[in-house]
Design a protein around this ligand. Structure first.
Ligand code: H79
Length: 475
């Protein structure tokens, strides 16, 4: 078994948490449910169209900011003393058992008066982030953009009246960041015809006004709200990526209506796999034409290199929406670096979420953590941006490996410092011509014999977060 430091840590932390839960409310540990599962058959291949689209920017940009922001944000995971038991604060309508009518009051009260798109974008840009994906409509059904399809939106339904999607998309593009929207195409707790993902969402609680035995009609919901709102997004904003989620009852035919709609208005706009596959599904070859890349499971970090290009939807904390009530935790700096690096070396992008606060300001702890990644990227960015997945068969014990797009530079990411003052890289068939520590620019001494590269290391890690060695290969 390969050593997987993140999950080893998670298991230890889980044991610790349960043992001490009585005495001290320790933060919940990373959930083993998020452990990576390999759900790909090795012969899958993205369509040439998708590959071309991905190569335009996505595969080079590597690092995105995911943003969960909405009417749930000011509640921070609790409503009238209820609801804090759910891991995700954006689920408050369900966790607190609110009817749609009751939640309308929550939505109407949403007033993020201190929201400033330029301030957000500056934080992201300074952190090395290249694209942004924000919730334009989550499962609660409340849109953060002006919509003619439904007045259940921030412009028509609140005192705030401003269009968050418009302001943020413009601010991103002004600063050269790509802009994407999350859109919950299947679940919509405001719409009785939309499907409910699990037993926790009950039609009788959300819509008590409906007769018992009400027969839902998914296609009615799609035609009335979900598809026309996706069209509005595509027509009215400059969207580079659309992020679908939880595709309950999404057949190929239904999903195709969405992908056709996106392609009709914005041929270059990227589409994620959740248009049809949930994060836990096995990817099916017959669905590949519907999307461009694969979203692995929520907060899943791939630890094995993958045949299709992926993106990992991670979060700085255990929730996606801002949460202060009930169990929740933030990742450490070291964990976040590991999670980013493993994702990139497996062949994917790292989409790191933050949940802004109800007043419209970013979460200060998220800002701090993004800043740490940004600082690390300032020195080590060339080992991340525009690189490709680990070319070796195995993931090394001490960390991971990425390679430049041209295939002429290896980046060795040392996250577990090897003992014995030496790092050894077997199956190294290419000849190394130079080696330097990216962290401090110093030359690294190395030797190479019968396909084993040996690099001399100082006793202690130069950068405890991740020391990168750049190895130049002979042409
Ligand atoms: O938007 C974020 C999540 O709200 C969304 N996907 C990410 C990107 C998502 N929707 N559903 N799910 C993820 C999976 C379902 C999780 C749940 Fe639960 C199971 C919600 C309620 C039961 C675990 C237990 C989380 C809350 C309680």
């Amino acid at each position: 078994m390969k050593k997987q430091p993140i999950f080893l840590l998670a298991t230890l932390a889980a044991a610790f948490t349960s043992a001490y839960a009585e005495e001290k409310k320790a933060p919940a540990a990373p959930d083993p449910k998020h452990a990576f599962e390999y759900r790909f058959s090795d012969d899958l291949k993205q369509t040439p169209d998708s590959e071309a689209r991905l190569e335009k920017w996505f595969m080079d940009d590597k690092f995105g900011a995911f943003i969960h922001f909405g009417a749930y944000s000011p509640l921070e995971g609790q409503y009238e003393g209820r609801g804090e038991g759910f891991r995700y604060s954006e689920w408050i309508q369900v966790s607190a058992g609110m009817s749609a009518e009751e939640y309308h009051k929550v939505a109407a009260a949403f007033n993020p008066s201190e929201f400033n798109a330029d301030e957000w974008v500056k934080v992201f840009k300074d952190s090395g982030i290249k694209y942004v994906v924000i919730t334009s409509k989550h499962h609660d059904g409340f849109a953060l953009f002006k919509s003619m399809v439904s007045d259940y939106n921030i412009v028509d339904g609140t005192e705030f009246k401003r269009d968050i999607i418009k302001e943020l998309s413009e601010a991103c593009h002004r600063e050269g960041l790509k802009f994407g929207v999350y859109y919950s195409q299947a679940q919509d707790w405001d719409e009785p015809d939309a499907p409910y993902l699990n037993k926790r969402t009950k039609l009788s609680i959300l819509h008590p006004e409906l007769p018992v035995g009400y027969e839902r009609d998914m296609d009615r919901y799609i035609q009335k709200k979900s598809l026309p709102q996706v069209e509005e997004l595509m027509k009215n904003y400059e969207i580079d990526l659309i992020w679908f989620d939880t595709p309950a009852e999404m057949t190929f035919e239904r999903a195709k209506q969405f992908s056709d709609m996106v392609r009709k208005h914005r041929p270059d706009c990227l589409i994620n796999s959740r248009i049809i596959h949930s994060g836990k599904d096995k990817i099916l070859a017959e669905n590949l034409s519907l999307f461009d890349y694969v979203s692995v499971g929520d907060k899943e970090v791939p630890t094995k290199k993958l045949p299709l290009y992926v993106e990992s939807p991670d979060s700085v904390s255990s929730s996606f929406g801002y949460k202060t009530h009930g169990d929740h935790y933030y990742h450490t700096e070291k964990e976040l670096i590991e999670r980013m690096v493993h994702t990139v070396c497996a062949g994917g992008n790292y989409l790191l979420n933050n949940g802004p606060m109800g007043n419209g300001k970013l979460d200060p702890e998220a800002v701090r953590l993004y800043g740490i990644l940004g600082k690390w990227l300032e020195k080590n960015g060339e080992s991340i941006y525009s690189t490709r997945r680990n070319p070796f068969a195995e993931t090394p014990e001490w960390g991971d490996i990425s390679i430049s797009k041209q295939g002429d530079i290896l980046y060795l990411h040392i996250m577990e410092w090897p003992e014995g003052g030496e790092l050894s890289l077997p199956e190294m068939t290419a000849k190394a011509t130079a080696a330097t520590f990216l962290t401090n620019g110093e030359t690294a001494e190395f030797s190479q014999e019968s396909d084993v590269l040996k690099i001399k290391l100082p006793e202690q890690a130069i950068d405890p977060l991740n020391t990168v060695i750049k190895v130049v290969l002979e042409k």
